[in-house]
Design a binder for this molecule. Structure first.
Ligand code: TYM
Length: 342
C-alpha cells in the first residue's frame, strides 16, 4: 500500500480539508504502520508548486508552508510514521510533470472543471500553470507508485486524469517491458466528501473564500468556533427526522453532515436525536462537538507553529526520503521515453 496526498499551503487548514481529506490521511497512516508491510508507506506533502498557479504573495507562501506543516502535525500526521515534505524540495515532481506533458492531451485538460472554476471569465489571463496543474498532480502521485490517494470529492476528477495519463504512458512506452506507473485509486469519504460554506450551502468551504465566516479554521479557538456556528446560515424550519426531509435545504444538510462526520454517526442517526428541534438547539450542540475535537488540535498547532527550526527540519528530512523513494520511477520514465542521460 502506497498512500500519497497533498494540500496547498495557502490560507488556513479548514474543516472541509480536515473532514474531506486529512482525517483519512491520519487513519491510513495508522493502518499502514499497524500492518507494517515491506514497502508500504504514506507520503503527505505541501503542494507549494501548485500554489504558484494563482496570484499570491511569496512571503505568505513561505510562512504558509511552515504553518501548514504545523497544522498537519497537530492533526496527527507523525513525521516519524509518514514522509512529510514540500514539493519544492523534491525536483522530481516538476521533472516528471514535464515528462508526462508529452502524454497528457489538451482535450483531457480542457475538461477539468477546477480550471474552469478558477479561471472564471478570465481564461486568457489565467496562468499556464493553472491549466497544466493536473499534470503536476498526476506526477505527484505517479512518482511514488501511489495505490491510495485520500482526497475530497473536488479532487476526484484530477485523480481520474492521473489514471488516464498513467495508462496511456504505460501503453505507449512500456509495450515490451513492465509498466512504469501504477494506477492510483482515490479514497473519498462517504460522508463529508464535500463540506459546504457556512454562508452558502451551494458553494464549497474553501480557503480562497474571502469571507472568514464561511469556514471554520482548525486554528480557531472555542469562542470563534461557537460564534461561527451560531452565525452560520440555516433556515427557520425544525430539523426533519429523516435525511429525505433535508432535500432542498442545503444549509441544514451541511450542518447535519458536519455533525455526523464529527461524531461518526450517520445523518439518520443524528436526525433521530434532533428531528423536530430547531437550530436554536442544534447549533450549540454542533458547536460543542466541534470544539471538543478541534480545541486540542488548535492548541497543538499554536505551540508547533512557533518552532520554525523544527518545522524546517521535518520538511528537510521528509524531502530527503521522498527524493530517495521517487528516484527509481523517475529514472524508469526517462528510460522508457528514450531520453539519454549518460
Ligand atoms: P486543496 O489544498 O484544495 O485541499 C486539500 C484537501 O482537502 C479537500 N477539500 C475538501 N474536502 C471536503 N470538503 C471541502 N469543502 C474541501 N475543500 C478541500 C481536497 O479535496 C483535498 O483532498 N490539488 C490539491 C492538492 C494536491 C493533491 C496532489 C492532492 C496537489 N497534488 C496529489 C492529492 C494528490 C488541492 O488543491 O487540494
Amino acid at each position: 500500500m502506497r498512500v500519497v496526498s497533498g494540500i496547498q499551503p495557502t490560507g488556513n487548514l479548514h474543516l472541509g480539508n480536515y473532514l474531506g481529506a486529512i482525517r483519512n490521511w491520519v487513519r491510513l497512516q495508522d493502518e499502514v504502520v499497524a500492518a507494517s508491510q515491506e514497502g508500504s508507506q504514506c507520503l503527505f506533502f505541501l503542494a507549494d508548486l501548485h500554489a504558484i498557479s494563482m496570484p499570491y504573495n511569496p512571503e505568505d507562501l513561505r510562512a504558509g508552508t511552515l504553518e501548514m506543516t504545523a497544522a498537519l502535525v497537530a492533526c496527527g500526521i507523525d513525521p516519524d510514521k509518514s514522509v512529510l515534505f514540500n514539493q519544492a524540495q523534491v525536483p522530481a515532481h516538476a521533472e516528471l510533470q514535464w515528462l508526462l506533458s508529452g502524454t497528457a492531451r489538451m482535450g483531457w485538460l480542457n475538461r477539468m472543471t477546477q480550471f474552469k472554476d478558477k479561471s472564471g471569465q478570465n481564461r486568457e489571463g489565467a496562468s499556464i500553470a493553472l491549466f497544466t496543474y493536473p499534470v503536476l498532480q498526476a506526477a505527484d502521485v505517479l512518482l511514488y507508485q501511489a495505490t491510495h490517494v485520500p482526497v475530497g470529492e473536488d479532487q476526484k476528477q484530477h485523480l481520474e486524469l492521473a489514471r488516464d495519463i498513467a495508462q496511456k504512458f504505460n501503453n505507449d512506452f512500456c509495450a515490451d517491458g513492465a509498466p512504469v506507473f501504477t494506477l492510483p485509486d482515490p479514497i473519498v469519504p462517504r460522508e463529508a466528501a464535500r463540506i459546504m460554506s457556512l454562508r452558502d450551502g451551494m458553494s464549497k468551504m474553501s480557503k480562497s473564500d474571502p469571507s472568514e465566516r464561511s469556514r471554520i479554521n482548525l486554528s480557531d479557538d472555542a469562542d470563534t468556533i461557537m460564534k461561527a456556528v451560531k452565525k452560520a446560515k440555516s433556515d427557520a424550519e425544525p430539523l426533519p427526522s429523516e435525511q429525505a426531509g433535508l432535500a432542498g435545504r442545503p444549509e441544514a444538510l451541511n450542518l447535519v453532515t458536519i455533525y455526523a462526520a464529527m461524531t461518526g454517526e450517520t445523518i439518520d442517526q443524528v436526525l433521530a436525536t434532533y428531528g423536530g428541534e430547531g437550530f436554536g438547539r442544534f447549533k450549540p450542540a454542533l458547536g460543542e462537538v466541534l470544539v471538543e475535537t478541534l480545541s486540542p488540535i488548535s492548541q497543538r498547532f499554536n505551540e508547533l507553529k512557533q518552532d520554525r527550526e523544527s518545522l524546517d527540519a521535518i520538511l528537510a528530512r521528509g524531502a530527503a526520503k521522498a527524493r530517495e523513494l521517487g528516484g527509481k520511477t523517475l529514472n524508469s520514465a526517462y528510460e522508457a521515453l528514450g531520453l539519454v542521460r549518460g
